[in-house]
Write a protein that binds this ligand. Structure first.
Ligand code: SAH
Ligand code: SF4
Length: 346
């Protein structure tokens, strides 16, 4: 039995043709499952009875279930622990801002990339998430959004557990479903994909015409430090990564964001700052820098840069004309902040 939530729109349309049904039945089914949250084919009363019977024979409608929910003390962050049908646990986070909601999605259970500062990396890789398990995280968060009229009103960041571009096909399917009018209907501009630097994945997005916001976990300005913090750098060197970013910018036209976790005495020296400014000026594309205060995780001896250093970096970057923000960490008290998701902080 296939899970209907794992099919893209075109796959669903193909299935319809195979079942001698009409192409528009695919859109009707999508509306039932994504907008009306139908959990069974019987309720899809605008479909012919025979089609409903056939669908029942070959498909299930299956979403991960919400096992637990944790609300931060400020009530602005909610972390969800979801259970997949094989028992695998995944986490996602809803961040409520005054003017927008942002859902942080996981793309894999665990992660194979083993970045030195990341709790997800330290748990190792379990498996890729299916498209249904990715969009299922959005379903989990919908009841906690203030407005029932959610369509078009939330942002999605692929910044939870795992590396989205290492699970490219399912990430793509889920992200496109988010933009489908008959599903979640949000604009591509509301979707951000964060990558540790999987260069072929960035190239695939260009090939496939996926115009999302690109965030790159840079974290270091030379290969020596980056090899240590973000080991995938040994495979895709900094120069290659920056070239891929420039190509993506040429294709998309929107600024590329460089994320930079500030770790005391590791990547926050004055030389690093000047090198970062040089890199940005050399690459000649619109970009932004997002400085992330390091969040302590249990296993590593790193410590966070002082707020004076972080402020100095921001001021200097801005003086150089670089748009720079400091990430306001939300939900650190419930282990929901960047790098803290490890499926066990409940
Ligand atoms: N795998 C993707 C998506 C995860 S995003 C990526 O690496 O980009 C999670 C973000 O949090 C990444 O920028 C990651 O480098 C950062 N991060 C990891 N550990 C962190 C920590 N301990 N404190 C702050 N940020 C961290
Ligand atoms: Fe994986 Fe991203 Fe964590 Fe690195 S930072 S281990 S790529 S989730």
């Amino acid at each position: 039995m296939k899970n209907i939530l794992d099919l893209s729109r075109s796959e669903l349309e193909k299935e319809m043709t195979g079942m001698s049904a009409k192409k528009f039945n695919a859109a009707q089914i999508m509306e039932w499952v994504y907008i009306k949250h139908a959990e069974a084919f019987e309720v899809m009363t605008n479909l012919p009875v025979s089609l409903r019977e056939t669908l029942k024979k070959y498909f299930v409608i299956e979403r991960p279930t919400v096992e637990k929910k944790l609300v931060s003390s400020g009530k602005d962050t909610i972390k969800y622990l979801l259970k997949c049908s094989d028992g695998v646990l995944i986490e996602s986070v809803l961040m409520k801002h005054i003017d927008r909601h942002t859902i942080c999605l996981s793309s894999q259970a665990g992660c194979a990339y083993g970045c030195a500062m990341c709790a997800t990396g330290s748990m190792g890789f379990k498996r890729n998430l299916s498209a249904a398990e990715i969009t299922g995280q959005v379903f989990a968060a919908l009841p906690d959004m203030d407005s029932g009229e959610y369509s078009g009103k939330f942002n999605v960041v692929f910044m939870g557990m795992g590396e989205p571009l290492a699970n490219y096909d399912n990430f793509k399917k889920a992200a496109l479903m988010l933009t489908e009018k008959k599903a979640f209907g949000i604009s591509t501009k509301r979707i951000t994909v964060s990558t540790c630097g999987v260069v072929p994945g960035i190239e695939n997005m260009i090939r496939d015409g996926l115009r999302f916001n690109l965030s790159v976990s840079l974290h270091a300005v030379n290969d020596r430090v980056r090899d240590m913090l973000v080991p995938v750098n040994k495979k895709y060197r900094l120069e290659k990564l920056l070239t891929a970013c420039a190509k993506y910018f040429a294709f998309n036209g929107d600024p590329v964001t460089f994320e930079y976790v500030m770790i005391k005495n590791v990547n926050d020296r004055e030389d690093d700052l000047h090198e970062l400014i040089a890199i940005i000026s050399d690459i000649k594309i619109d970009c932004k820098v997002n400085l992330i205060p390091y969040n302590r995780i249990n296993i590593k001896e790193f410590s966070a840069s002082t707020s004076a250093t972080i402020d100095l970096w921001r001021e200097t970057l801005e003086k150089e004309g670089v748009i720079c923000s400091i990430r306001r960490e939300m939900g650190a008290d419930i282990n929901a902040a960047c790098g803290q998701l490890a499926g066990g902080g409940f």
